[in-house]
Ligand binder design. Structure first.
Ligand code: HEC
Ligand code: HEC
Length: 148
């Protein structure tokens, strides 16, 4: 009987741990990282990044490369959502004036909570409020939580 109680207790602790774990590592591989690792074998990242199209258009374009890129349907959808996000151009213009995208990648945004991402956006906005409006910051925050 005692063993069963101990075992049950252990099980509950473990369940608690596994339920808490996804919150810490809140996302799987972020879409931009997936894109960097899977989509730059045959051409540079700029081929896709400089192209502006909707999510659906991107999905149609890149489906033709799915086989060579070795990505699942779900991963293709996530990459298309990242590339075709309507606020990607805003993010790229507003957030790379003082530092490049690498600075942002190094910060491993997927490990940050939604609240930390919001705080980061606010901190960046305060560095130059005439460059990033409140509306821009809100849109960029929504963009970041959708792709990370
Ligand atoms: C097996 C090689 C290969 C891989 C892997 C690959 N591509 Fe391509 N991609 C190509 C080739 C070849 C072209 C040029 C075709 C053309 O002339 O439009 C191209 C062109 C593109 C274009 C421009 C098309 C246009 O009409 O403007 C985009 C966007 C693109 N790739 C995105 C991606 C993405 C996103 C991935 C990852 C899922 C990817 N590619 C992986 C071979 C590849
Ligand atoms: C006016 C200049 C400026 C703009 C615009 C700017 N940044 Fe920064 N950013 C900085 C400086 C300076 C640092 C380094 C000091 C620091 O970390 O506070 C930094 C650091 C960072 C870091 C690493 C620090 C951390 O806490 O992880 C990230 C991530 C980042 N910026 C993201 C962004 C994003 C996202 C945007 C667009 C909303 C943006 N930045 C726009 C100036 C800027």
């Amino acid at each position: 009987m005692k063993n069963i109680v101990v075992f049950a207790g252990l099980l509950i602790c473990l369940l608690g741990f596994f339920r808490a774990a996804p919150a810490a590592a809140r996302r799987k591989i972020p879409a931009p990282e997936l894109f960097n690792s899977k989509c730059t074998g045959c051409h540079g990242a700029d081929v896709a990044l400089k192209r502006h199209a909707s999510q659906e258009q991107f999905l149609a374009i890149i489906k033709t490369m799915q086989f060579g890129a070795n990505v699942s349907d779900r991963e293709m959808e996530r990459i298309a959502a990242f590339l075709g996000h309507p606020d990607r151009p805003l993010f790229e213009v507003k957030c790379t004036r003082c530092h490049d995208m690498n600075r942002i990648r190094q910060a491993r945004l997927e490990r940050k909570t939604d609240a930390a991402l919001k705080a980061l956006g606010e901190r960046m906005r305060r560095m130059d409020k005439s460059w990033i409006s409140e509306k821009d910051a809100a849109a960029i925050y929504q963009y970041l939580i959708s792709i990370y």
